[in-house]
Write a protein that binds this ligand. Structure first.
Ligand SMILES: [Zn+2]
Length: 206
């Protein structure tokens, strides 16, 4: 079974290449020269939320960082390196922190009982839940989870905007905005949570 899947991947890849070249003969030659994406996507690792596919973007159009529950931790070198490269080298115009409803990582933080690396990773999210526990307690289970998914996007966006990295970039005159979006696995639709931040001054008010 798994071998069939792997074989299918190579077959699909060859078919995709043929299709791309038929539509745009220079596509790969152009991409090979440089990447110049205007977007950085920070999303969840969930297999149901692939950045390019759900937003109709081609290879070359979005720089991507994904981890469980779209966490932006000020101590995560991996995430900070991606953001630094995107902002200072690629000079992206938009950073999208995109969560999704029914996020397993957020659910795990809400349910507790976490252990291992996943538990350590979601430690901060657990604290976010504790801070909002009273507000969430009146909601039905699914609504509470989905509300916490939205709160998580706002929390991660705030932490990102408060990093020295972004503050310095804005103060040096780089122009870019940070957006908070959420994706619904049930209907496939993206929603803007209207949290956009476009300057160090706006970030300082978060
Ligand atoms: Zn998730």
């Amino acid at each position: 079974m798994s071998n069939n899947i792997l074989e299918a991947m190579f077959k699909n890849n060859a078919a995709w290449v043929a299709n791309m070249i038929a539509e745009d003969p220079d596509f790969f030659a152009r991409l090979a020269k440089q990447q110049k994406p205007e977007l950085l996507w920070i999303g969840c690792s969930d297999s149901r939320v692939p950045a390019n596919q759900i937003s109709g973007l081609l290879p070359g159009e979005v720089f991507v960082h994904r981890n469980i529950a779209n966490v932006v931790s000020p101590t995560d070198t991996n995430c900070l390196a991606v953001v630094e490269y995107a902002v200072t080298v690629l000079k992206v115009k938009h950073i999208i922190v995109c969560g999704h409803y029914q996020c397993g990582g957020v659910q795990a933080a809400l349910s507790g009982g976490l252990s291992g690396h996943v538990g350590a990773w979601l430690d901060d999210l657990r604290e976010v839940y504790e801070r909002h526990r009273d507000d969430l307690s009146g909601l039905p289970e699914t609504a509470a989870l989905n509300r916490l998914c939205e709160i998580n996007v706002a929390h991660q966006l705030t932490r990102l905007c408060r990093t020295d990295l972004l503050r310095d970039a804005w103060q040096q005159g780089l122009t870019f905005s940070v957006h908070g979006w959420i994706y619904s696995i049930e209907d496939g639709l993206l929603k803007d949570l209207d949290l956009t931040v476009s300057s160090a001054e706006e970030a300082s008010r978060l």
